[in-house]
Design a protein around this ligand. Sequence first.
Ligand code: 4NP
Length: 147
Amino acid sequence: MVCLGNICRSPLAEGIMQNKINAKKLDWSVDSAGTGAWHVGELPDPRSIDVAKKYGIDITHQRARQFKAKDFDEFDYIFAMDASNYNNIRKLAKTEAQKEKVTMIMNWEKPDMNQGVPDPYYDSDGFELVYDMIDRACDRVVEKIGD
Ligand code: 4NP
């Protein structure tokens, strides 16, 4: 799960997906990262922590890290939150196969629309919407590729 800072959207996406993995007992591992390095080592944004908690998900063990090329080897799917993240991740890919691992997460719900999960950093009211969008997309991911 990849966004820009790895403090708002992708930590929520990691927590939401981990929650579904646990519920369905899927043999998956999920992680999150940011394309930028400004917030490396930080906890998720308190507003993300709060909205996750509201839905029974604890994300306070997470710490921000930057996406690295090695992630292409370690993960089968790389979910970008928006088009900017998508383009920046794909620039780091060395092969077509690596590029193909990258998708925009909302395309799992609305194929080919290239809808971005809006960056809520400067919009405190946006976190609930972000949670809801990611939750719906993760449900589709589990339906499509879950065992
Ligand atoms: P995120 O949100 O990409 O969802 O983690 C942001 C967090 C920090 C910044 C931008 C977006 N920032 O500019 O520091």
